[in-house]
Design a binder for this molecule. Structure first.
Ligand code: SF4
Length: 454
């Protein structure tokens, strides 16, 4: 790898090497998998659909079902209208979903396919639904695809009857099914009736039953999405992922929303719990107080190892912001904080967070890549890397421990079942981070010193 000076790193603006993101349809497909009995449909070539499915299946270690318009040269020239109409008919005939959620791809966007008019011309069976969203992959990232698909569902399905349903809509953002389960647990403990949208728990972490279920029991149901217009309020978790669908629901149906950071770390989890308590007027149960107390105890015990350790954090914007808060609460010093998603709000949010802890010299960047992160680390190393599997090469080359968190994690198992959010998520992260730092110290110790410590 080339060694670049800080000036040269700054100068590169167009080329991306080892990007810290993937394409929009991956996010759109994941959001659609969080809807019960939904078939995500990729309007493009089979190669695109295979890539998106492979990416999700490798992270979740579960089959990510999806169909494709199967573009060939003809569709590329004359448009994909006839392909998508045939595909939708076949998918309803053969796989019998309740709803098909179509997202576009680079090719169909470039040729300008008009999905609105294609869907109007389709012969959709009675009681079945087709929705769509535009996901041009050369703009944004999988995070844009995720919230665009949420907006697609809201645009097509959500309604206001005039009779509030007493529910709170929780938009969990692009997080694992384990996180969605934990968010549901917290909302239930706080006695808040809610609709989680989307909800991949019970879909992308479905149990082994001995037979293949194309549509597992989980996912937000169609009536629940229709009912979003009648919700009392929205709690949108993660400013970057949550703002657009929350704004859309407010604009269309005047449903007010509260934008909260993803509940990663003590303060952000406290805010989520207090917001739930404000809604239900319920007291925080002892079960949560006890868990929070345990977490504080663990933070005090481990602080001697984590205090002032430097860390590079990279991945999706809302997760990275949450992990930055978590590291700060552990007494660590985030030195490089980057996301590949091109959203400048990210840098503002993270810089404001760092400022509160008196840190002014961190490199915080959106639309960055892992090549750049590696160059920064070569110039000034850190004690720990925190992010996706794609930092593995940096960790190996620079001999820095890597704690995997976020999306995608392709080379480890079980992570998607366990939460990052909530007090339990932080307890898990404190264990992993502290142990990695202690392992490194042990490795650096002479044998006789190690014996003395034991
Ligand atoms: S061609 Fe575009 S939509 Fe297809 S996989 Fe590549 S980036 Fe994604």
């Amino acid at each position: 790898m080339l060694d670049l000076t800080p000036k040269e790193i700054k100068a590169r603006s167009a080329l991306r090497i080892n990007p810290c993101k993937t394409c929009q349809p991956v996010g759109a497909m994941y959001a659609a998998l969080g809807v019960h009995k939904c078939m995500p449909h990729s309007h493009g070539s089979q190669g695109c659909a295979s890539f998106h499915r492979m990416y999700l299946s490798r992270h979740f270690k579960e089959p990510a079902i999806a169909s494709s318009s199967s573009f060939t040269e003809g569709a590329s020239v004359f448009g994909g209208g006839s392909n998508v109409k045939t595909a939708v008919k076949n998918v309803f005939d053969i796989y019998d979903p309740d709803i098909i959620a179509i997202h576009t791809t680079c090719l169909s966007e470039t040729i300008g396919d008009d999905l609105n008019s294609y869907i109007q011309d389709m012969d959709i069976p009675e009681g079945k639904i087709v929705v769509h969203t535009n996901t041009p992959s050369y703009a944004g990232s999988h995070i844009n695809g995720f919230f665009n698909m949420m907006c697609g569902f809201i645009n097509y399905l959500a309604k206001k009857t005039g009779t509030p349903n007493g529910k709170t809509a929780i938009f969990p953002g692009f997080v694992n099914p384990g996180d969605m389960r934990e968010l549901s647990r917290l909302a239930k403990l706080m006695q808040v009736p809610f609709t989680m949208f989307p909800d991949t728990s019970g879909v992308m972490d479905a149990p082994m039953t001995g037979r293949f279920d194309m549509y597992p029991s989980g996912g937000t149901t169609i009536p629940e999405i229709i009912g979003l217009g009648d919700c009392e309020q929205v709690l949108a978790l993660g400013a970057i992922t949550g703002i657009e669908p929350a704004e859309l629901l407010k604009k269309k149906f005047k449903v007010p929303y509260t934008l909260l950071p993803l509940p990663i770390g003590v303060e952000a989890t406290d805010r989520f719990i207090m917001e739930l308590s404000k809604i239900s007027k319920a007291e925080v149960p002892y079960e949560l107080e006890e868990q929070r107390g345990q977490l504080i105890d663990i933070l005090l015990d481990s602080n001697q190892y984590t205090f002032e350790k430097t860390v590079a954090i990279y991945g999706d914007p809302d997760i990275v912001t949450g992990l930055t808060a978590l590291c700060l609460e552990m007494g660590m010093v985030p030195k490089y904080v980057i996301t590949g998603t091109p959203k400048e709000d990210f840098t503002k949010e993270v810089n404001a967070l760092l400022e509160r802890y008196g840190i002014s010299d961190a490199v915080v960047k959106a639309n960055a890549d892992l090549f750049e992160l590696h160059q920064l680390i070569k110039n000034e190393p850190v004690d720990l890397l925190l992010g996706t599997s794609y930092g593995k090469a940096i960790a190996k080359a620079e001999n820095i421990p890597l704690i995997r968190a976020g999306f995608p994690i392709l080379d480890r198992y079980v992570h998607s079942y366990l939460p990052l959010v909530g007090y339990s998520g932080m307890i898990r992260m404190v264990e992993r981070i502290t142990n990695a730092i202690m392992d490194r110290q042990d490795a650096a110790c002479a044998d006789e010193d190690l014996e003395a410590i034991m």
